[in-house]
Design a protein around this ligand. Structure first.
Ligand code: LLP
Length: 417
């Protein structure tokens, strides 16, 4: 048992649904991201069903994995989308997403991105500062449109996650300070080209406890009461994303328990509820397939040098994140402790430290839980073309992104005349 439902062993071989991962490596090469359609659909449905009839919209956070096939799959299920750039908007539209189910988050929206979103007719702008309100009002005015807005409020709640992905503390750059929110809503009301639509917060990512969500939710509801007392109408509450997944030992709440906790905190209020999950929808629906290039034994350490690197999966290097690493052909476990590293010229280029494995040159490994913030954070560092992406669906295999070629990688560059 791998512990990852859609990627499990059969007769000693790791499969993605009904497809041998070794077969994918043979056909498409490595490094290669492999996603499971069934896992994506199941994760979405868990969230959607958990609302049990209550008016809601699941807005998938595109940044977690923005491949068009994945966006299209969620769009077909009726998903909305949380975007943070004009580029993500284009992807959503191209993938068949409904613009009226799109919320636009982010601290640094540019006027041309606002223009594109207004023209597409998105559901809401999650505005993060007073200055942004002013610019959005101007841009909407020039288009003769009214921009629907929420203020993203920073509730000053400790999400108890990695500091780089904690966003709801008062010292973070995100949202408007909780104590200034009422004043800002009052000034937002005065802008001719803005219409107040919602109230938004997002406190961080990879949260493994319910308490911080419930605490933030409580604060947001207090604020909602005060805003309503002042005569404001708030159509929806956007409670952000952030639900964690199991990478190894974590035990995050189930989607159902998380949504039930939010809904019961909200009680009988009539507002539509939006959430913006990213990782919880895609994280455990993907693996990164890689091949052992060399084994290198030094007096101090045993290294497995694989063909995936920090440019393909940045999370270990950036956050010291842990991803399970499994052999594609089970071999009974090993007795050697390996440092699983990539070919990039940095000591920080590792995929896993101190992993007990039995390895030979040429073996295939699966880096687990790589569906979220894997490909979407990849780069071309060391002039490494980006990996291929494949989706399995039962016994079928779909190439959803070709491996990048070196020609594509340098296509935009020019030498001096
Ligand atoms: N909404 C907003 C406004 C966000 O900033 C984020 C993530 C989400 C929703 C989705 O959060 P999720 O459900 O995926 O936790 N690169 C990091 C994660 C960065 C998260 C940034 N914001 C990682 O690899 O762990």
């Amino acid at each position: 048992m791998s512990g990852f439902p859609s990627f499990d062993y059969r007769d000693g071989e790791l499969y993605g649904e009904s497809v041998q991962l070794s077969h994918i490596a043979q056909e498409f090469g490595t490094p290669c991201y492999v996603y499971s359609r069934a896992a994506l659909v199941a994760a979405y449905k868990k969230f959607d069903a958990a609302f049990a009839g209550r008016d809601h919209l699941v807005c998938y956070a595109v940044k977690a994995n923005s491949n068009l096939a994945i966006l299209n799959l969620f769009a077909r299920l009726g998903s909305g989308f949380d975007i943070v750039s004009g580029g993500e908007l284009q992807r959503v539209l191209k993938a068949g997403g409904d613009p009226q189910k799109v919320v636009f988050s982010g601290v640094g929206k540019q006027p041309d991105e606002m223009r594109a979103a207004l023209t597409a007719g998105i559901l809401c702008f999650n505005v993060e500062s007073e200055a942004e309100l002013t610019v959005l009002n101007q841009v909407a005015g020039t288009l003769n449109k009214t921009a629907p807005v929420s203020l993203r409020v920073n509730p000053d709640v400790d999400a108890r996650t990695h500091p780089y992905i904690s966003t709801g503390l008062k010292e973070n750059k995100f949202g408007v300070p909780f104590d200034e929110a009422e004043k800002l809503y009052a000034s937002a009301r005065k802008f001719a080209h803005l219409r107040i639509s919602g109230l938004d917060c997002h406190i961080g990512s990879q949260l493994t406890e319910l308490d911080p969500f419930v605490e933030a939710c409580g604060k947001i509801l207090d604020l909602l009461t005060r805003l309503e007392t002042q005569g404001l109408t708030i159509d929806h509450l956007d409670l952000g994303g952030g639900l964690g997944i199991r990478y190894s030992g974590e035990n995050p709440p189930a989607a159902q328990d998380y949504i039930t906790a939010l809904c019961s905190a909200i009680g009988r209020r009539s507002q539509r509820i939006l959430i913006e999950p990213g990782r919880a929808l895609v994280g455990n629906a993907g693996v990164l397939l890689t091949r052992v290039e060399y084994l290198k034994h030094t007096p101090h350490r045993d290294f497995a040098i694989v063909d995936a690197a920090m440019n393909d999966l940045m999370r270990p290097a950036l956050y010291d994140a842990y991803h399970e690493i499994l052999p594609v052909i089970a071999n009974g476990g090993g007795d050697k402790i390996y440092q699983v590293v990539g070919p990039v010229c940095e000591t920080g280029d590792f995929l896993g430290h101190d992993r007990k494995l039995a390895l030979t040159q040429g073996d295939l490994l699966a880096i687990m839980s790589a569906g979220a913030y894997g490909m979407s954070m990849s780069s071309n560092y060391n002039t490494r073309p980006r990996a291929a992406e494949v989706m399995v669906d039962g016994g079928r295999i779909h190439l959803i992104r070709q491996r990048e070629s070196l020609e594509q990688l340098i296509a935009g560059e020019k030498i001096l005349p």
